[in-house]
Design a binder for this molecule. Structure first.
Ligand code: HEM
Length: 412
């Protein structure tokens, strides 16, 4: 007979908090409160019938993120327990990439990515962002109104990432659509995963035939000697990990700026830099809300909870951020980098600086092209996309005086 610890028994009696429900997108803070009421680690469902432990306490999160002896990033033992058509598999299924690897394999994959991104010079990245913003202003500018999620943040990331990965601009809508379906982890997740896989396979096949001055080519030629299949999976991860959260970082920051006189009255005068708005999002409304998925290598007692092996243990960056907001209020100390939105430990986001540059440059450029951007709806009325993993606006409608990049004025 199996004996259960008190904490395990308590969890088997607790109704899991359903992070897959529509209500979660509407008001995640209610769900985080329910999770916190259970203690530092709560019991939730990522999809119907897919349970997970969710860490909502900062100390527990840090202990877990640094304890590679106890916790692994390899989902395969869990994967064997879920049905093939589970909608979260697209985001959680094992692939030979840095996110799902431990130990030496992780170091090999991660080093090759870090080295490849090191070759992206900041001035070059800035120029790519500026070019993408100009292209989009050409599209939306003459209309005097736009949706800054669907017509700015998301296509912008597709354009920037496509250029870094050596693909033409025309392909960016295809990338955008596939990734959107994948991260929502809903009924279209499998379709999105298949479309995205096809996209990356075509890209790598093209780069094997002919190298370019781009990330996949640098990965193919990296001294770690990654096979074409391994490069494919690093690119699959990096495009997905980069596009969605960065688009959401930009649109969440824009929604804060445009709805808030504190920002909008001072932005063009430079008194409160865009970086502050981006950092506020990272502190209070992080785009990758629940990820950092780990698996105990064996059953273990952790912060008062009996954690079973092969069950996901998710770090709720969103709940951690929200706790901080409640505790310290919306105003941070300047330069405060205490948030965990990039995670911590060996798997912490490897491209923070690139991301911050992309997000701040994109917003600054947009505001310089369209200085009188005005939100159509109050922030409280905006809606959020479903899905357990992200904090992502459905749309951000705005008005502005029509203009084109060919008119005089705009960014210097
Ligand atoms: C240029 C854009 C970005 C790229 C290319 C990128 C890429 C990556 C990669 C490759 C990893 C896996 C690292 C590893 O396992 O060793 C990672 C992890 C992570 N990234 Fe990023 N990222 C980007 C933007 C963002 C943004 C905007 C956020 C949210 C604010 C974010 C949050 C995270 C977090 C929380 C992890 C850890 C995930 C985990 O432990 O499972 N990233 N990122």
């Amino acid at each position: 007979m199996t004996t259960h610890s008190p904490a395990e028994q308590a969890f088997s009696l607790t109704t899991p908090v359903r992070l897959w429900e529509d209500g979660f997108a509407e008001d995640p803070y209610r769900y985080y409160a329910a999770l916190r009421a259970q203690g530092p680690i709560g019991w939730a469902e990522l999809a119907p019938g897919v349970p997970a432990y969710v860490v909502t306490d900062r100390r527990a999160a840090l202990d877990l993120l640094h304890d590679t002896e106890t916790f692994s990033h390899d989902p395969r033992p869990w994967q064997a327990t879920v049905p093939d058509d589970s909608p979260v598999l697209g985001m959680m299924r094992w692939r030979p990439n840095t996110l799902f690897a431990d130990g030496a394999a992780h170091v090999r994959y991660r080093t090759s990515l870090l080295d490849a991104f090191d070759l992206v010079e900041p001035h070059d990245l800035r120029a790519r962002v500026q070019r993408a913003v100009r292209l989009l202003v050409r599209r939306i500018g003459p209309r005097g109104e736009a949706d800054l999620v669907g017509e700015f943040a998301r296509p912008l990331m597709a354009l920037v990432f496509n250029s870094l990965f050596g693909l033409p601009d025309e392909q960016s809508d295809r990338l955008n659509a596939a990734l959107g379906k994948l991260i929502e982890s809903g009924p279209e997740a499998a379709e999105g995963e298949a479309e995205f896989a096809g996209y990356v396979l075509e890209l790598i096949a093209a780069k094997i035939r002919r190298r370019g001055d781009d990330l996949p080519s640098w990965l193919l030629d990296h001294p770690a000697g990654l096979t074409p299949e391994e490069v494919t999976w690093q690119v699959f991860l990096t495009l997905g990990a980069g596009h969605e959260p960065t688009a959401n970082l930009v649109s969440n920051a824009l929604s804060r700026i445009l709805g808030n006189p504190v920002y909008s009255s001072t932005l063009t005068s430079g008194a409160r830099p865009v970086m502050d708005a981006v950092l506020d999002v990272l502190h209070h409304e992080t785009p990758l809300a629940n990820y950092g998925i780990h698996y105990a290598r064996r059953p273990v007692a952790f912060h008062g909870v009996w954690i079973r092996a092969a069950v996901p243990v998710v770090i709720s960056y969103g709940a951690l951020a929200h706790t901080a907001e409640q505790r310290y209020g919306a105003s941070r100390r300047p330069g405060d980098a205490s948030h965990l939105s990039w995670s911590a430990g060996p798997h912490a986001c490897p491209v923070k600086q690139h991301t911050l540059l992309i997000a701040t440059e994109a917003i600054e450029q947009l505001i310089q092209w369209l200085p009188d951007l005005e939100p159509v709806a109050r922030r409280e009325r905006l809606t959020w996309r479903p899905g357990p993993f992200h904090r992502s606006l459905t749309a951000l409608p705005v008005r502005f005086s029509p203009r084109t990049p060919d008119q005089p004025g705009g960014p210097s």
